[in-house]
Write a protein that binds this ligand. Structure first.
Ligand SMILES: Nc1ncnc2c1ncn2[C@@H]1O[C@H](COP(=O)(O)OP(=O)(O)OP(=O)(O)O)[C@@H](O)[C@H]1O
Ligand SMILES: [Mg+2]
Length: 511
């Protein structure tokens, strides 16, 4: 082979080996390249394990070779290769038995190897394993250029080392994931109401299965927490749960975020990149706010759920992934299906196990349990001995309708605790929160029924109905934004709207 052809083929080997693939496949591909570069009837990559060599990949040898272990003391040729730091070629008439005699898959009946060579692979100066080449015709290897052969062997060693680095990296990631997951496990779902007990029961049933789960419920009810619990109680708990916020994915990048892209797939794709599905391989993917996913991407997601494979943007290669899917939404997806905004086939795939997280106002005394947990957190954060609620505060919490659910409760208590702690109440070390601190007296602006009172339409008729409704909505929204000092999220909560809908409303009303 001319030097130029050799270099060109070496470059394509490197390019091929640097794509993402499991270790066994990488070793196998390496041997295929080896056989294309240096024609032979069989080759094998064997790893040194104590006193024997274990085949990691074979090409042209009968499949059972992979299960064999070659004890070095019983195979003098392998022993000779291991004893040398150069490539070793055996004479055609060598009387040393060949380890692969009878194992080469030849079309004719010749079973004895007549040309054989091998080389020890050194990684960081230590013998790591052996690469062997065999041919049935004597003299096959006469034409091998030793410089080219050595170059290929260095590449093989580098590739083997890369596999090792990648898998140790993966082990570390898995260790870190496990640790983080365990820490997260502290976040239990608080609540003893019937709804929460039923939910916990459902989680324990569905988690160990591989079923797709669709978690539904209003904003702030704890859907993400439920998704985490399902993952932690599943058999994949030691693997990652990859989080994807579908609402934050503009259509133009959604496909590449989810499925990855190949180099040059679009301007800006300067290098190859794995998508979230590949990152989640072996673990779970959490598709949050799935209702916001553009229709075009829904079709691609459906294909992945059906076939278990993905295709990076700009590549034809199908990559198999093993991912458990959990999705969440605060929309009424069935209604979205009826309106043609969500694919019904995808809905049925996702909702294999639908789960409904009840709103906080239906959980009775859970409000107080949750409040206790959040106050405890704030005590630590603010460095006070005790934060407690007086009877009025407890009643206010229970009477309120909680349009923003648990998240609203959490934020409200953080604000109240901070206010109380900074008002010089610290001396006593026990701080009692009264309803006044909570800012949710039933007639306060955040109380859902009272917001309507101060907004009226004063414009004189004639005014069309839609125009009047828009005008009313505009004033109501502006009033709430003003009442919350420009905090749109808080205004949305007060109006019982989720952030997505609130944003769309602002846009439509040109506020
Ligand atoms: N049962 C619960 N016990 C303890 N904490 C909870 C519970 N439910 C929710 N929380 C807390 O409330 C907050 C909001 O929960 P989460 O983010 O899971 O809600 P969500 O349903 O995903 O909301 P959204 O629809 O807005 O995304 C989080 O800080 C979460 O830890
Ligand atoms: Mg969420």
């Amino acid at each position: 082979m001319t030097t130029n052809t050799f270099l060109t083929s070496l470059i394509s080997v490197v390019a091929d080996l640097s794509t993402h693939m499991p270790p066994e496949q990488r070793y196998q591909r390496l041997l295929q390249h080896l056989r294309q570069t240096f024609p032979c009837d069989a080759s094998a990559l064997l790893k040194l394990e104590g006193r024997h060599l274990a085949p990691l990949a074979v090409s042209g040898l009968s499949e059972d070779t992979l299960g064999r272990r070659f004890v070095i003391d019983e195979h003098p040729r392998l022993a000779r290769i291991l004893a040398s730091n150069q490539a070793v070629r055996f004479a055609a008439d060598s009387d040393l038995p060949d380890p692969y005699d009878g194992l080469i898959e030849a079309e004719d009946s010749r079973l004895l190897v007549h040309d054989c060579m091998g080389v020890t692979l050194f990684i960081d100066g230590e013998p790591w394993g052996v690469l062997t080449l065999d041919a049935l015709n004597a003299g096959t290897f006469d034409g091998i250029d030793p410089v080219q052969f050595n170059a290929f062997i260095s590449l093989t060693a580098a590739s083997v080392k890369a596999v090792g680095l990648i898998s140790s990296l993966e082990q570390r990631v898995s260790y870190v994931t496990r640790t983080l997951n365990r820490q997260n496990a502290g976040h239990n779902l608080i609540g003893e109401s019937e709804g929460m007990r039923a939910l916990r029961n459902e989680i324990s049933i569905v988690a160990p299965s591989e079923l797709a789960v669709l978690i539904m419920g209003e904003t702030g009810v704890g859907k993400e927490l439920v998704a985490q619990r399902i993952h932690l109680e599943s058999t994949r708990a030691d693997q990652v749960m990859v989080y994807v916020n579908c609402a934050a994915l503009p259509e133009s990048i959604a496909e590449s975020e989810l499925f990855g892209h190949s180099k040059g797939a679009f301007s800006g794709a300067v290098s190859e990149r794995a998508g979230k599905f590949e990152l989640a391989d072996g673990g779970t993917i959490f598709l949050d706010e799935i209702g916001e996913l553009p229709l075009s991407i829904q079709a691609k997601l459906l294909r992945t759920l059906q076939n278990g494979d993905i295709q990076r943007v700009g590549s034809d290669r199908q990559i198999k992934v093993n991912v458990r899917v959990i999705a969440a939404t605060n929309r009424d997806l069935q209604q979205e299906v009826a309106n043609g905004l969500f694919r019904s086939d995808l809905y049925h795939r996702l909702a294999v196990y639908p789960m409904h997280v009840p709103p906080l106002r239906e959980r009775g005394k859970d409000v107080l349990l949750l409040a206790g947990a959040f106050l405890e957190k704030n005590q630590q954060r603010l460095g006070v001995k005790k934060l407690r609620l007086d009877a009025g505060a407890k009643k206010a919490l229970q009477d309120y309708r909680w349009p923003g659910n648990v998240r609203e409760l959490e934020h409200l208590l953080s604000r109240a605790a901070l206010k109380a702690a900074t008002r010089g109440n610290r001396q006593s070390d026990i701080i009692t929160l009264s309803a006044a601190y909570l800012d949710i007296a039933p007639d306060s602006p955040e109380g859902s029924s009272s917001v309507l009172a101060d907004v009226s339409i004063t414009s004189a008729p004639p005014m069309d109905f839609k125009g009047a409704v828009d005008e009313f909505q505009r004033r109501l929204v502006q009033q709430q934004i003003a009442l919350h000092q420009g905090n749109r999220a808080a205004a949305a909560r007060a109006l019982g709207l989720d952030r997505g809908n609130f944003h769309r409303l602002l846009k439509r009303l040109a506020i």
